[in-house]
Design a protein around this ligand. Structure first.
Ligand SMILES: Nc1nc2c(ncn2[C@@H]2O[C@H](COP(=O)(O)OP(=O)(O)OP(=O)(O)O)[C@@H](O)[C@H]2O)c(=O)[nH]1
Ligand SMILES: [Mg+2]
Length: 289
């Protein structure tokens, strides 16, 4: 069985950092895994590990911008269109990895996830080649400092989930930046994200965070925003699709929990032969007597 985990999310969410910590963890657990780079703009220095498949071997954003005169975002779309037309390249690159686990580091332009057809096409191709695919969507913990930014993150995650229709895990990255502040009322954490229970309202989004609270009315100048917020509150209440797993890379337990959710979502290892418990030698019992 072959597995592929797409690592997606907005710019700077920590996708590449998570991808390499994920790979390190799998390799330390004696699991074979490899990195795939799908970001045609990635600089070679952004990887701790050499990707086994790199979209830049097919097409690089620098060339598209330099030779065809595209800007960075149009250039990215061009690169993905080019990839879609050259699926045999990907198929050939993937050929050598039987029984493997691929971590696919994706670019940070969210329009790629919310409305372009590239990722759904790519997923269909991977499935056709016998991969079980799941996606992770990272948003960074700083989003919790601003409710409006946070809910725009929730809505983008929702829209990407609906667009891709594959097993999905939302991750709140960079939790080391908030957990250090928790339970210390004198800390500088903003917007009341001081205690663990406040964090919980974001990880399992409480739509009431968006409802205008006392003292905030003045900051909402247009009553139409209030109506819009109410509509979003109802949408999230009626369709609670999005919740976040916290990821604190400074804690091995946190990374382990996230990885076990990913394994579970993909039913990793379900088809493997159960391992025989190792045979006990008679000598093993002597100490007990
Ligand atoms: N404190 C902290 N910083 C992090 C963490 N993960 C990533 N960063 C920092 O966040 C910045 C962006 O990290 P990347 O891993 O490059 O993020 P990305 O999502 O791959 O970015 P793009 O590919 O440009 O969209 C870097 O400066 C990282 O050092 C984390 O867990 N904690
Ligand atoms: Mg990156």
């Amino acid at each position: 069985m072959r597995y592929a985990v797409l690592v997606t999310g907005p710019a700077g969410a920590g996708k590449s950092t998570f991808s390499s910590s994920f790979l390190t963890h799998l390799r330390l657990s004696k699991r074979s895994a490899n990195l795939v780079n799908f970001d045609p703009a990635a600089s070679p220095t952004s990887f701790e590990y050499e990707p086994v498949i790199d979209i830049k071997d097919l097409i690089s954003l620098d060339d598209v911008m330099g030779e065809l005169g595209y800007g960075p975002n149009g250039g990215l779309v061009y690169c993905f269109e080019y990839l879609m037309q050259n699926m045999d390249w990907l198929e050939e690159e993937l050929g050598g990895f039987e029984d493997d686990y691929l971590i696919i580091d994706c670019p940070g332009q969210i329009e790629l996830y919310t409305h372009h057809p590239f990722l759904p096409d790519l997923v269909r191709n991977l499935q056709r080649l016998g991969f079980r695919v799941c996606a992770t969507y990272l948003i960074e913990s700083q989003f919790m400092e601003d409710r409006y930014k946070f809910f725009s993150g929730v809505l983008s995650a929702m829209s990407a989930m609906v667009n891709l229709e594959i097993p999905w895990i939302n991750i709140m990255s960079k939790m080391d930046l908030v957990t250090a502040n928790t339970d210390d009322p004198s800390s500088g954490a903003r917007n009341g994200i001081r205690r663990k229970k406040d964090i919980a309202r974001y990880l399992d989004p409480d739509p009431l965070l968006l409802a205008t609270t006392r003292g905030q009315e003045a900051s909402v100048p247009n009553p139409r925003f209030h109506a819009l917020n109410q509509a979003i509150v109802h949408l999230i209440e009626d369709h609670p699709l999005v919740s976040f797993l916290p990821l604190d890379l400074s804690s091995p337990d946190s990374l382990e929990t996230v990885i076990s959710h990913i394994d579970y979502t993909m039913q990793y290892g379900e088809d493997e032969e159960p391992k025989e418990p190792h045979d006990l030698d008679e000598g093993d019992f002597q100490d007990l007597e």
